[in-house]
Design a protein around this ligand. Structure first.
Ligand code: FES
Length: 508
């Protein structure tokens, strides 16, 4: 015979479990989205855990409501559960129907947060974000609902649990306020970057090996002269080769990030070479010494359950490092497009390693360009692309900006994107405000006034001159990453980008 009080026990137990799960889920979400946890190895499971906790919160709230409905003693009606202030239940007279009404309101907020999270990939990010932020209000309101309507409030075990949950909520909210930047922002600005660096991180290295990889493409491995460990890097990073004649050229690292003994790059001898790739192909031989700086990264992998990688030609280099770094169970596909298989470095190796996850599209075999629409059909994960301009343009027009990440080979002429005018900029560390003339670059103006910023391409494509923006809206005219990503992480590239009429404040 079932104890008639069983549903009352279920009601109370499920309420406490749901409350605890909700607090842990929100706290976990805050730790994930702030600098408190720095994602190390593309930790999609961290996100999965947050989702699982919130999913279980909904399950236990459902059990709580169902048991209230079933329990003959509590005798909650359907309207009591879903219409605020309908229930006649009152535990504290002066609060009237508020405690239960708060519970009903919390249910709706929870449903909205959960539903928009499930539809996250289909919703504009700003709407999803706005609704997701209401979960902070949710944990506070739930605390009041629990404290004002719970029947266990006099029990010590309940009090200790409630105090722990309220403390955890308070600490999590303080952390959220103190560390407002997103994980993406942080991985981009704090750990993996070196904004405003005044000296180049130069290493003298030796060419350890030169390997022909495909028609017109050579692979180079660099080691330190004493073969000690080089600086660490993560997929998407590049190094700058310092070549004779003051030439500086950036090349993506394409080896194994876990192997600190060498940097590996692949270089295509470009027909449009301004001297860099020609020198590398014709003159750089095994045993030669040269200087490299970096690694720097403007193309870092974001945590995601699913990826689509698209590489055009030599754009395979950062993508290769990315796919090789992913755990084997992560879902991804690669479209690797090129003129012919002979000209595509690593094509056979990648197919051998990853089988049908890798789609090799050689124009001379398939007779035309790859069908991007078919590839993108129904895909809602993150798209990483590195390749020639037409490929990038096609994807920019097809993939929402918050899911598209790209790296360009060369600078795009964006001079028509804005009216070029004079503006003022403030250097926060020296508290100096300087005027930048209409025909002057911001980088030159900064360096003439003590900025001493390092730079390389001068065309807004390498990312070397990166500075952090503290206030004001820059006019982005560079080609380093999407403007949205730059604004999200608060950086600009002053070799070509500028300010507007209002004063720009830079962390210099
Ligand atoms: S120097 Fe290359 S982006 Fe500014």
């Amino acid at each position: 015979m079932l104890d008639p009080a069983i549903w009352w026990y279920v009601t109370r137990a499920s309420a406490i479990i749901a409350w605890a799960l909700m607090v842990i889920s929100v706290t976990w979400g805050i730790l994930l989205s702030t600098r408190v946890i720095k994602p190390k190895d593309n930790p999609s499971w961290l996100l999965d855990l947050h989702r699982w906790l919130s999913g279980m919160t909904v399950v236990f709230v459902g059990i709580h409501m169902a048991s209230l409905f079933i329990d003959e003693y509590a005798a909650f009606t359907f309207q009591d559960l879903f219409v605020p202030f309908h229930s006649q239940y009152q535990k504290i007279a002066w609060l009237g129907g508020w405690p239960i009404a708060l519970g009903v309101i919390c249910t709706y907020i929870l449903i909205a947060v959960q539903a928009t999270s499930l539809m996250m990939k289909k919703l504009p990010r700003k709407y999803w974000k706005a609704i997701h932020y209401s979960s902070y209000a949710l944990v506070l309101l739930v605390s009041f609902h629990a404290g004002w309507s719970g029947t266990d409030v006099r029990a010590w075990a309940y009090r200790i649990t409630a105090l722990t949950l309220i403390t955890l909520t308070t600490v999590a909210l303080i952390v959220r306020i103190l560390f407002p930047k997103s994980a993406k922002t942080l991985s981009a600005t704090v750990e993996g970057r070196r904004p405003n660096q005044k000296t180049e991180n130069l290493h003298k290295v030796v060419v350890d090996r030169v390997t022909p990889l495909a028609d017109g493409i050579l692979g180079f491995d660099f080691v330190l002269p004493d073969r000690s460990n080089l600086d660490p890097w993560v997929p998407g990073a590049h190094v700058t080769l310092h070549l004779p004649g003051d030439m500086k050229r950036q090349y993506s690292l394409c080896g194994d990030p876990a192997d600190r003994s060498q940097y590996s790059i692949a270089v295509l001898e470009s027909p449009q070479s301004r001297g860099g790739s020609r020198y590398v192909h014709e003159s750089l031989k095994a045993g030669m010494a040269l200087e490299v700086s970096g690694p720097h990264n403007h193309f870092e992998l974001e945590a995601s359950n699913e990826y689509l990688f698209i590489a055009g030609g030599i754009g395979i280099t950062p993508i290769k490092a990315m796919i090789e770094s992913l755990p084997s169970r992560r879902q991804w596909r690669l479209l690797y497009a090129g003129r012919s298989r002979n000209s595509m470095a690593y094509a056979n190796e990648l197919v051998e390693m990853f089988g049908d996850r890798v789609i090799v599209h050689a124009d001379d075999e398939q007779g035309g360009r790859p069908d991007l629409d078919a590839l993108l059909e129904g895909f809602n994960g993150h798209v990483y692309v590195c390749g020639p301009e037409p490929l990038l343009d096609a994807l920019i027009s097809k993939v929402p900006v918050d899911r598209l990440h790209y790296e360009r080979f060369s600078a795009v002429d964006r001079s028509d994107d804005a009216v070029i005018e004079a503006f003022e900029v403030t250097l926060s560390r020296s508290n100096l405000t300087i005027a930048v003339g209409k025909d002057e670059s911001l980088l030159d103006a900064l360096n003439e006034n003590g900025g001493a910023l390092i730079s390389s391409c001068g065309e807004g494509v390498c990312g070397t001159c990166e500075v952090r923006v503290l206030k004001g809206q820059p006019v982005h005219l560079d080609s380093v990453m999407s403007d949205e990503d730059k604004d999200a992480i608060g950086v600009m590239y002053p070799c070509v980008s500028r300010g507007t009429g209002s004063t720009l404040v830079l962390d210099i």
